[in-house]
Design a protein around this ligand. Structure first.
Ligand code: ADP
Length: 509
């Protein structure tokens, strides 16, 4: 009888469940969006209970649409928006605060203090990451410092921390319904590597950093390999006894879905943000401006590392033009809008809504649209939003090639904005190398399915997965190099205009 893997992709804007077959084809899926909560400028939250309810609903929906029961599912994989932080009471199963989303910049002051007190390099050497609002550790500290009674409860051992994978794993294995701490409290090494609390060499929590942030070790999940038996579906859920055998942070999952298993292979995912990851092999490679992170760890095999260039806002700029400015109804319309004008009309849009991540690491940056004249139309601005991601990717690629010593010959792409032909052609033009989209676009969910399937022997080896990958579309550079560099130079000038916009920067002036 045909067997399947169920992947749950808990993303920033929505939660998806996809049923995959042995060829890596998506047989059926379900998807639900969840609310983005913006309590103050720069703050972004999600309701963890809404996400849990959505996850169970989409799992049931995908299975119903595929006409299968839990007996047809050999394993479950989870992939998730990384860094987003949930703290819950392990006895009641209730979160003590909304999830603080990776994009949220409320911890700017905490991060500034950590850098002043211990030095940026201290964190970079141990965790591969700079102290920045992006990561979970400062978000946990904020919750313990600001939610009344939280620190006392954490010290008494009553609270658990988790990224979305841990939160869902704990609930799916019985945490909520069976009560009294029966759920599995664990995460995988890729998610743990985004907390600013994990030691990249030992692949365990770093006790000194945790102490310096005032985070009790008892609230942290156990760190498992990405492909391993994390737990089994709770008896009263839709997937009783089914092993949850794969967990990967979303960008690492996309790399696995794109079969970036060899040193030097890279992919770029264009979603809410944009993330370029290159496989650097079994040793971590450190970089001043990029992140060093775990790419995956399959069972007992050694961990494989990556260098990552993260762009906080990419597709979110398109979403902002749609929702806040009402420029169009559907993100896909931007392709025709951008193509309807011969160029950007001199306009550059730097979507620094959450500061700027790599390679700038400027939490004080705020977005800007510059170069405006009365000539500029919404078509030019939509085009500028798409171009922005391509310029930022070029910057990251240049730093990455320099720091890793690898010259990229082509770039594999995926994510929502990779559906946009204008954006991908412009990306190829800016990079000067081919941009390739695979036939299977759901690489994030697929990567989680692959990890789960490897753990239970559904796929025997990575070679089985490589055989499933097939090219869908390719864009080759067409723009003349003088034009390409002129645009890029202006973009870089526009970036500098967005610095020093945080409240305290203004007070100091
Ligand atoms: P996430 O996993 O971060 O929620 P997705 O990979 O689902 O993101 O991509 C959604 C993002 O991609 C949205 O921000 C949306 O604005 C953008 N997007 C989707 N389709 C297109 C398109 N055709 N052109 C440009 N942007 C798009």
């Amino acid at each position: 009888m045909t067997k399947y893997i169920l992947a749950i992709d808990q993303g920033t804007t929505s939660t998806r469940a996809i049923v995959f077959d042995h060829e890596g084809k998506a047989v059926a899926s379900g998807q639900m969006e969840h609310a983005q909560i913006y309590p103050e400028p720069g703050w972004v939250e999600h309701d963890p209970m809404e996400i849990w309810n959505n996850a169970r609903e989409v799992a049931g929906l995908a299975m119903a649409r595929a006409n299968i029961t839990h007996q047809d599912v050999v394993a479950i994989g989870i992939t998730n928006q990384r860094e987003t932080t949930v703290v819950w009471n392990r006895h009641t199963g209730k979160p003590i605060y909304n999830a603080i989303v990776w994009l949220d910049i409320r911890t700017q002051e905490i991060c500034h203090e950590l850098a002043e007190k211990y030095g940026r390099d201290y964190f970079k050497h141990i965790t591969g990451l700079p102290p920045n609002t992006y990561f979970s550790g400062p978000k946990i500290k904020w919750i313990l410092d600001n939610v009344p009674g939280a620190r006392e409860q954490a010290e008494a051992g009553d609270l658990y921390f988790g990224t979305m994978d841990s939160w869902l794993l704990w609930l799916m294995t019985g945490g909520e319904l069976d009560g009294n701490d029966r759920g599995v409290h664990a995460t995988d090494v890729t998610n743990a590597s985004r907390t600013l609390l994990m030691n990249l060499e030992t692949l365990d929590w770093d006790p000194e950093i945790c102490a310096r942030l005032g985070i009790p070790l008892a609230m942290l999940p156990k760190i498992n390999p990405s492909a391993s038996l994390h737990g089994y579906g709770r008896s009263r859920g839709p997937l009783p006894g089914v092993p949850i055998a794969g967990i990967l942070g979303d960008q690492q999952a996309a790399s696995v879905g794109q079969v970036c298993f060899k040193k030097g292979m890279a992919k770029n995912t264009y979603g809410t943000g944009c993330f370029l990851l290159i496989n650097t092999g079994k040793e971590p490679v450190y970089s001043e401006d990029l992140l060093t992170t775990v790419l995956y760890k399959f069972g007992d095999k050694p961990a494989v590392y990556a260098l990552e260039g993260s762009i906080a806002n990419s597709g979110s700029a398109i979403q902002w033009l749609r929702d806040n400015l009402g420029f169009f109804h559907n993100a896909a319309e931007t392709e025709a809008m951008a193509s309807s004008v011969p160029d950007n009309g001199g306009c550059y849009f730097v979507p620094a809504f959450s500061g700027l991540f790599a390679p700038y690491w400027r939490p004080d940056a705020r977005g800007g649209i510059v170069g405006l004249t009365a000539f500029v139309t919404k078509e030019h601005i939509a085009r500028a939003a798409l171009e922005a991601t391509a310029y930022q990717t070029r910057t990251i690629m240049e730093v990455m090639q320099n720091d890793s010593g690898v010259t990229l010959k082509e770039l594999k792409v995926d994510g929502g904005m990779a559906a946009n032909n204008f954006a991908m052609q412009f990306q190829a033009d800016q990079l000067g190398v081919d941009v390739i989209r695979p036939q299977i676009l759901e690489t994030t969910a697929l990567g989680a399915a692959y990890a789960a399937g490897l753990a239970v022997g559904f796929w025997k080896s990575k070679a089985d997965l490589v055989a499933n990958w097939a090219e869908g579309q390719r864009w080759s550079p067409e723009m003349e190099s003088a034009q390409r560099d002129k645009l890029y130079k202006k973009w870089n000038k526009a970036v500098t205009k967005t610095f020093d916009w945080a409240e305290d920067d203004l007070e100091e002036e």
